[in-house]
Design a protein around this ligand. Sequence first.
Ligand code: ADP
Ligand code: MG
Length: 323
Amino acid sequence: EGTANKIAAGEVVERPASVVKELVENSIDAGASSVSVEIKNGGITFIRVSDNGSGIEEDDAEIAFERHATSKIRSSGDLEAIATLGFRGEALASIASVSSVELITRVRKNPHGICVKIQGGSVMEIKETGCAVGTVFTVRDLFYNTPARFKFLKKDSTEAGYISDMVSRIALARPHISMRLISNGATVLHTPGNNDLLSAIFSIYGKDIARQTLKIDYEDERVRIEGYAGKPEIARSTRNYQSIFINGRYIKSKLVSSAIDEAYKTFLMKNKFPFAAINIKINPLLVDVNVHPAKMEIRFSEEKEIFRSIFHAVSDALAAKSL
Ligand code: ADP
Ligand code: MG
């Protein structure tokens, strides 16, 4: 079981940013309105994710670290039309097998919470503790027992950058959640959680970008597309300023990127990429999110139609600008 978890960890936990992603997605699934991520040394020595979500029942706190102990699949149909972000029940088991984890959690109906300490997948300590409603996961010394994987970590500042990207994307996908990232004691990012995407863009990228965006608001019989696209003036030489979400899930898709490129074709030189924060709402049955275990790549079942919808959504926003 320990070995299986370590192998699974290779799929789910590639680097500190993947730990942050899994923990924050769990906080979101738990209904949190405020999530704080604190890291030290690029997350390699220390990651703490605190939320004000539902908390975990005492009896479930230990079980949550067992493989496939998910509370999120109710029927096989759910696998296709899944609403929550996590649904494989592997993240916590994987993370716990390659680090030291401390879980402090409390549900509203209990006057006190519980603290569970796990090292390399084994439970070291469980005790009652006083704490707020919600959950705090602390992950220390990632890959301490898998030297081969530890070796592949990049320098602290690079890993911190991956985490900052990850948290930014999640914050953009969930403007109703206040997200905070603190790195080595300094606040890197703090969104208001007021459910306004432009406010989140302002908090993350600053006013120069936030003031130079065009609103996207498009709907056809297949999809609803909402968000902001940058004016050509603030285009960059990387795609790092593009965030695409399908039903609130951050994804990477060549199809979507090339539809955006196509819409900007007459406005931008080659190798310049617009800012974009776009959410595509689509019937979950028309997308396959299970292509890769890290769940970043997706496949559409009606590719041509989707391409056209995205192209039109962005083109409409650009056309409105030149009116
Ligand atoms: P999954 O998210 O795929 O269900 P995980 O291994 O990520 O699996 O989490 C296991 C379980 O632990 C979840 O199904 C959930 O019940 C519980 N859990 C994890 N994190 C939290 C949290 N922040 N708040 C409440 N429950 C949580
Ligand atoms: Mg999860």
